[in-house]
Design a protein around this ligand. Sequence first.
Ligand code: APR
Length: 232
Amino acid sequence: MQKLVVLSGAGISAESGIKTFRDMGGLWEEYDIMEVASPQGWARNPELVQKFYNDRRKQLLECRPNRAHLGLVELEKYFDVEIITQNVDDLHERAGSKKVLHIHGELRKAQSTKYPELVYDIEGWEIKDDDRCEKGFQLRPHVVWFGEPVPAMEPAIEITARADIMVVIGTSLNVYPAASLIDFAPAGIPLYLIDPNEVIYSDTSRINVIKEKAGKGVEVLFGRLTGEKPTY
Ligand code: APR
């Protein structure tokens, strides 16, 4: 089976009701990135940071995967699909995708502030101020903040380097190193980009743009890749 590698961003979850970051009305219009998504912000006001992620986690519990997530699951009948997501939501997993690599962390997990390798599932939706790891240190969101290392980048590059087809869905390609993953796709493989808006990318000549929202865009992609109509 050919390997189909997907790089997804916030746009794939937009039709599930989850805000993106840089669109009109996006999260970064409402919040100061440095206050809620940086180690400095955490050091200054951990309660504000906890609340930011607790609120997003609570909202996520009411959201469901959309047709784009489901379409990627059905493509597993035709391809060895590996998803590399910048999203911290669990909608790919809840849709049924088997191979999902989160390169910016996972909203429904917590990590020790002292030993980041100690990661825990969060039952329910909140990390409380007195939640501690097994060694007695405060828990924080298991999310990669601006300025922090991206440990999953190495495996993500290895996966991308083995792609036979690559699909980029719902990302503004604004954030590095995630956005550089496209550059690790083998030269000459088919490259698709699904986004209703213009996305600035250096080598646009390589890209087959499907200028649609993710739900419709994945349906179009499905037809182009399989010649079939999806059943989801
Ligand atoms: N379907 C598909 N794409 C959409 C939709 C939709 N319904 N709605 C918006 N988009 C596109 C936008 O046009 C934009 O290109 O999704 C993209 C969202 O871009 P961003 O908000 O920048 O989100 P993303 O690229 O995932 O951000 C990357 O930045 O803030 C950090 O860690 C955070 O993982 C995040 C990273």
